[in-house]
Design a protein around this ligand. Structure first.
Ligand code: NAD
Length: 474
């Protein structure tokens, strides 16, 4: 596996001012060094992105799309290298890593195919009003550690196709797949169009305050998102914020407990629960509660918790020690307040492993119910009345996603309409598609990613409002 990595600044692969360890969360051992950028390198990256703007934005959109397509093709040719590296730095099982890279390639191609044509808003009596879209300028991408590649693709595709340039900063614990993409981009994209800098959490505030950056596309926690928004206010930067969630799953009473348990388990435990829209609380009718708990416990007990690089592993470690300690703390607290249905004991081994854990009989104010756990531990709560469960699901500062499960689809859709969230899936989960807008409600975000709405976030709407010039005859 590749272990030497460079930053990408102005089309050149360069060393940083120092390096830092990248740790495999399954072994707790450093397996590669990441180059670290300082403020001077960040400034060079922003200057390069600014200098590249006039030529890049002047290209016909089909030519820019062609570049993005060639980048996607180059990723596809290296899909195994990307997937192995992703498993090593992030921890997810290799098949799930391959799926993330495949999804990233698909996302880049989908954005390369999207267009925002000029619109005529009015055309009458010699007057014409048109709205067209111009690029914003240099955009920054700041990404977290749970899906480092696809969350970058979600930003890079629309940014470049609309004629902007980018400076990207991955999370300190998962920088290497972004640097592998940078290596491919160095051979494909014009110098300065895409730049990558890495840090140990120092560069974020410098990026959000930088006067030459027009927009920050941020995915991460709500706490950091608030800092990004406050800092961006200084020069009225555009921001897209994709933040945390505490998504409720509501199981309706016409679903067999075994089926409901399968669906909820998959939605809660994929990527070891480290998904912004993972199911983070499950509400189940009292009449099927015990059966549901028994069924979901069976699934948790069958899981193979191991290094994602090992064949047969179905759930990998938590990505980093800080998150591991946070999830472990929530489990210990929940054990005092509720009943452990599955898991609950952290194995005595190297690596940040937490078994799939299910806790029953918690009150709604327990920390595991109120907070975003971002790990493989699920509280299962009872309900009797549909109005009551909708109110409980909505009683959260978050509003990212949610799911409703019901054989009567129309009834399930009626419930889904009443959940305060950006996306509510009915009888499916994680149906995220680059052509469907994705956005958080309440403190889960601001602005959209994906779809034409997401594309617009990388543009300035520009109105030209014209009438004929009347010249009086002498
Ligand atoms: P985080 O907020 O700690 O870090 C995210 C990124 O922000 C990192 O690159 C980090 O270096 C950078 N950063 C840190 N301080 C900064 C500052 N002051 N200014 C600017 N940038 C700064 O998040 P995390 O722990 O890496 O990721 C997990 C969180 O991300 C969860 O809350 C999860 O729900 C959320 N998330 C949301 C979505 C979504 O689409 N809504 C998707 C994935 C993850």
């Amino acid at each position: 596996m590749k272990t030497d990595f460079k930053l990408l600044v102005n089309g050149e692969l360069i060393d940083g001012v120092s390096t830092f360890d990248v740790v495999n969360p399954a072994t707790e051992e450093a397996f590669a060094q990441c180059p670290r950028a300082d403020e001077a390198i960040l400034n060079r990256a922003v200057a390069a992105a600014k200098a590249a703007l006039p030529a890049w934005s002047a290209l016909p959109v089909d030519e820019r799309a062609g570049y993005i397509g060639r980048l996607a093709d180059a990723m596809e040719a290296r899909i195994e290298d990307f997937a192995r590296l992703l498993t090593a730095e992030q921890g997810k099982p290799l098949d799930q890593a391959t799926y993330e890279i495949g999804g990233s390639i698909y996302t880049l191609r989908a954005f390369a195919a999207m267009r925002l044509p000029e619109q005529t808003l009015r055309s009458e009596n010699g007057g014409t009003v048109i709205e067209h879209r111009t690029p914003l300028g240099v955009c920054a991408s700041i990404t977290p550690w749970n899906f480092p590649v696809i969350l970058l693709a979600n930003k890079l595709g629309p940014c470049l196709v609309m004629g902007n340039t980018m400076v990207s900063k991955p999370a300190p614990t998962t920088p290497l797949t972004t640097l592998l993409l940078a290596e491919l981009a160095a051979d494909i994209l014009p110098a300065g169009v895409f730049n990558v800098v890495c840090d140990q959490n120092e560069l974020g505030p410098l990026i959000t305050a930088h006067p030459d950056i027009a927009k920050v596309a941020f995915t991460g926690s709500t706490a950091t998102g608030k800092k990004v928004m406050a800092s961006a206010a200084e020069n009225v930067k555009r921001v897209t914020l994709e933040l945390g969630g505490n998504d409720a799953a509501i199981v309706l009473d016409d679903v067999p407990a075994r089926i409901a348990a399968q669906k909820v388990y998959a939605g809660a435990m994929a990527n070891a629960g480290q998904i912004c829209v993972a199911i983070k609380r499950a509400y189940v009718p009292t009449a099927m509660y015990e059966e549901f708990c028994d069924e979901i416990a069976k699934l948790a007990d069958e899981a193979v918790l191991d290094d994602g690089a090992k064949q047969g592993s179905t759930i990998g470690p938590i990505q980093n020690r800080m998150q591991f300690e946070k999830v472990r703390g929530l489990i210990e607290d929940a054990k005092q307040r509720g009943r452990v249905v599955a898991g609950g004991n952290v194995p005595d081994r190297k690596g940040f492993f937490i078994p799939p854990t299910v806790i029953a009989d918690l009150d709604d104010d327990a920390p595991l119910v109120r907070e975003e756990q971002f790990g493989p531990v699920l509280p299962v709560l009872k309900y009797d009345d549909i109005e009551d469960v909708i109110a409980r699901a909505n009683d959260s500062p978050y509003g990212l996603g949610g799911t409703v499960w019901g054989v009567d689809q129309l009834r399930a859709m009626d419930v889904a309409r009443r959940i305060d969230a950006g996306t509510v899936w009915v009888n499916q989960h994680l149906a995220i598609d680059p052509t469907i807008p994705f956005r958080g409600a309440k403190q889960s975000g601001l602005g959209a990613e994906h779809g034409l709405a997401g594309l617009m976030e990388y543009t300035q709407a520009h109105i030209v409002n014209a009438v004929a010039l009347e010249i009086e005859q002498a």
